[in-house]
Unconditional design. Structure first.
Lengths: 395, 395
């Protein structure tokens, strides 16, 4: 007596989550130090100290009914103002509180955006490889994902394929840079091309197409790359942000959506997202945590920590003969499978206690994803296992 | 370019939420002490002291990566065990961690339940008057609400009407006792009759019908009434709980779902709800708050505070000539409108700065709801305004 959609979902559940549970089981069986779990994007650095202090101060200073009570579905006005000002200062934007809606993480944000804009039968374009959950989020509103091919050398989107995939049914395009799972940052030139295709296609089909920018990795950039904010490239951009990675708070479910005033039907979008926040059952983003992140907007996660991991893993695997895409942001390494069926490679890795996620889970077979948000010592201990794995394939 | 569903929702948005915002505006205009806002169920007592202490202790004692990180979508195993044990002790049930799924409040819980069991075109029975958001939650999955008439004296459900409203399409029944908006507790006899009708109809239609018990007010009972736990009446009961009222944490979005092992397809339900928690974008209930409530399961909100309000408001309004249903639980007073169109009564009240919610918002016109989760002094100051209002109608 379960629904048909869930019956189907139970069959093809998240490969990443399944591996998360498998990793915990393996750690119990073999000892945590003997399992090299690169499966889940769970931050490996603690939140900045200021965060804990902010929570404690709020408990001491703020009226409890205010701190833990209902507020407007969009979130506390003071929190939203603080975020708008922070974005304006960093990116030269001109937002105020009403452009910001606090959400239950980016996943909650994307669902409220999708509920607001998608009708059954609509198409949402994604750039492969892409976070597999986008498919579920679109399916929640009976819309479908259409995947655009990447360039298999650079993992920038194939712009020609993008142009061809847009149809009269295209209501939205999801973009995620720095990218999960590749770690690639889309070049300014790519962003300009995407914007230009969208402008042209909007004119051709006579309706708006929203670019939904999923930005949980916005601040996680290396090698002098700059943080980007995509609303400047394309008017109809809606941003979904999460503090999961920037403040190491994935379990707290805190993020926000930005609807710029210049977006088509901006006021309707804002009201729609606010209502969706309520009717989908989020109601509002967690209240204490809303106030706490507002006090930590200038705080940064320890990018140097991930950078060290990145270098060690990328260089280590490359030296062993694996073909890796050099990550420019986020905390993922995208590795070419030495055999066509990457599932086989994943299984071989598992024998050596290495947990990797197959590329097919991201709509891009032939590759695997390694989440290097682990301790440096895990990478140190994993490299000999990778050396064994390389031998299996004669690298 | 917004979706058709949201376009419709924007037209008929929540009467309660609209009034919440109107109340804040009126408070700014006339001064908070001159506005008598009985519109929203926002608890008026602070969380127990132990809650703040638990949060502080957790920050000091628990590893940050554990405290703010991802866990299984169902929530921390230790938190779910603690809740199962607490329920078992109080209600003689036999749950373990795997029967409990932590959710983003009861609203999040109901949506994950509905996603798991509802197919498009299914019907969900509700007992009028009912929390208006149930309609949206069902609509999220293209299912429809079918309302059962109450007895207009006792506000127990009309069992004959219930029996007639169940069809082959009925997949679920929502029950909410202590009830929002009436404050009535469904009698044991009512619960037995509901169970018996459901058993009969299950046999008649040859499929399971789930009773979904929405229990945010479980512990808010007066006059020696006992807390109830509905799984003992009917095998196919799924419970949605929230700590919003019991620990005064509505903004924190924390609750849980219970799927008893004896429910039909229990294991599929559990997996489905867990997956829905992820795919709807909740991912998991807020992590720090999960751990904090697990330390406060023996704590109680100040029921005496609400009880004093209840008596003062019920007696005050009854003495003024209003017809009130005596509340036995929750923190709502259900008042008969002196005129047939209760919207007119609501508007008259507003002229005297009294904010009430129209019964139509709960599928039961001719009545209004007063949320008495306010300070006692608000009631004291409101009574003269109600006296004015009584005069308008010659009471």
């Amino acid at each position: 007596m379960i629904s048909k959609k869930i019956e189907k979902a139970l069959k093809g559940s998240s490969a990443i989550r399944a591996m998360f549970i498998e990793g915990k089981e393996m750690a119990e069986k073999y000892g945590a130090e003997n399992v090299f779990d690169f499966s889940l994007g769970n931050p490996a650095t603690p939140p900045p100290e200021a965060f804990h202090q902010a929570v404690k101060d709020l408990l001491d200073e703020t009226d409890s009914l205010e701190l833990h009570g209902y507020m407007e579905n969009a979130g506390y006005a003071d929190v939203r103002s603080a975020i708008a000002e922070n974005l304006n200062r960093r990116f030269g934007t001109e937002f105020d509180a009403h452009n910001i809606i606090m959400t239950v993480g980016a996943a909650g944000g994307l669902n409220t955006i999708f509920k607001t804009i998608l009708d059954p039968g609509d198409e949402v374009i994604v750039f492969a490889p892409f976070f597999g959950e986008y498919r579920q989020y679109a399916a929640n509103f009976d819309a479908e994902i259409v995947a655009v091919r990447p360039n298999l050398e650079t993992f920038q989107p194939d712009i020609k394929d993008f142009e061809e995939k847009i149809t009269a049914k295209t209501k939205a395009v999801i973009i995620n840079t720095p990218n999960n799972p590749t770690g690639v940052i889309y070049k300014q030139e790519t962003l300009r091309q995407i914007a230009s295709v969208l402008e042209r296609k909007q004119a051709e089909f006579g309706h708006d197409i929203y670019l939904v920018s999923d930005e949980p990795y916005r601040e996680l950039v290396y090698d002098g790359n700059k943080e980007e904010f995509l609303t400047k490239y394309y008017r109809n951009t809606i941003v979904g942000y999460s503090f999961s990675k920037s403040l190491s708070l994935p379990g707290e479910r805190i993020g926000y959506v930005v609807v710029p005033g210049e977006a088509a039907d901006a006021e309707l979008l804002i009201s729609g997202i606010e209502i969706s926040n309520r009717t989908l059952g989020f109601v509002n983003a967690p209240s204490l945590i809303q106030k706490a992140v507002a006090r930590c907007l200038e705080e940064k996660t320890d990018v140097g920590f991930y950078d060290e991991n990145r270098k060690k893993l990328y260089e280590g695997l490359t030296k062993l003969g694996f073909t890796c895409i050099k990550p420019e942001g986020a905390f993922y390494l995208w590795v070419k499978s030495p055999v066509e069926e990457e599932e086989e490679f994943v299984q071989e890795g598992k024998k050596l206690h290495i947990l990797m996620v197959k590329g097919s889970a991201f709509g891009c077979p032939g590759f695997v994803r390694l989440a290097y948000c682990v301790s440096l010592s895990t990478i140190d201990r994993a490299l000999p296992a990778f050396a064994e794995l390389a031998k299996v394939y004669g690298l």
